[in-house]
Design a protein around this ligand. Structure first.
Ligand code: NDP
Ligand code: 8X3
Length: 254
């Protein structure tokens, strides 16, 4: 397959780092972005010799920084073929009336606004070249409610609908848009959600075989390697240990 220039946000761990590894195996040119520079440097070193890699310390919530970084990519990295909007997080699992409002702000700013900024800055080049692929990482939490999912699930519902609306805008171009919606996957996700509480994080996966970052990366790779006329719109995947529950019913008589 032709070498592609692939921009991955949130490449410092989890799905993003696994995607970088899989895309590097195929010799693609990678732009890796995240706030933490050390894991990006380590990944760059690990993948040296397989792929050309440019790393960017970037907080996707910072609109000017996104504009600056994506507008000044070095020669050879400027024409993005695939944007993987992966940077994101959940914070807390409290019911809505008890959450820390700052956590809600952070999730909206990262999962919604950061994804919007990256998309908006990359898209004009894709449309001008009449090729490209935006892959957005949604979540089962965007389709299925659960207690404590409140704003996190809301941000991921945005990602699903934004992805569909993007494709509507792009009809008539050969720019593809896909929303991938994984269920429970073991990465740094729960450590971040529970603010470093390793025990709470481990409990999420206890007794299960969750999705791995590599499972998700293989899915992303499959989606982007379909023939150019095939657009995978949405793709939901879950561990075999996960499924839906019945409607919850509150009974006053206990
Ligand atoms: P990780 O916590 O392992 O990775 C999250 C990545 O996002 C990190 O690289 C982090 O980098 C980056 N990130 C967070 N905030 C910012 C920011 N403001 N600017 C730039 N980068 C940022 O979790 P996952 O790999 O699991 O999560 C990746 C995506 O997948 C997220 O969008 C998440 O919501 C989604 N998801 C996760 C599931 C799961 O169960 N694990 C299931 C479904 C979806 P850094 O801290 O260095 O900035
Ligand atoms: C992550 C999956 O179920 O923890 O998006 O919300 S879940």
């Amino acid at each position: 397959m032709k070498v592609q220039t692939i921009l991955i946000t949130g490449a410092s761990s989890g799905f993003g780092a696994a995607c970088a590894r899989i895309f590097a195996e195929e010799g693609n040119r990678l732009v890796l972005a995240a706030r933490r520079i050390d894991p990006l440097l380590a990944l760059q070193e690990e993948l040296a010799g397989k792929a050309e890699i440019h790393i960017i310390p970037l907080d996707v919530r910072d609109r000017e920084a996104v504009h600056g970084a994506l507008g000044s990519l070095p020669a050879g990295f400027g024409e993005i073929d695939v944007l993987l909007n992966n940077a994101g997080l959940a914070l807390g699992l409290e019911p809505a009336h008890q959450v820390n409002l700052d956590d809600w702000d952070t999730m909206v700013d990262t999962n919604i606004k950061g994804l919007m900024y990256c998309t908006r800055f990359v898209l004009p080049g894709m449309v001008a070249r009449n090729r490209g692929h935006i892959v957005n990482i949604g979540s089962t939490a965007g389709a299925w409610p659960y207690p404590g999912g409140n704003v996190y699930g809301g941000t991921k519902a945005f990602v699903t609908q934004f992805s569909r609306n993007l494709r509507s805008d792009l009809l008539g171009t050969r720019v593809r848009v896909t929303c991938i919606q994984p269920g429970m996957a073991e990465t740094e996700f729960s450590r971040v959600r529970f603010k470093g509480d390793e025990q709470l994080a481990a409990r999420v996966y206890q007794g299960t075989e969750p999705l791995t970052a590599e499972d998700v990366a293989e899915t992303v790779n499959w989606v982007v390697s379909r023939p150019a006329h095939v657009n995978i719109n949405t793709l939901e995947l879950m561990s075999i240990h996960q499924s839906w529950g019945p409607f919850a019913v509150y009974r006053e008589d206990g």
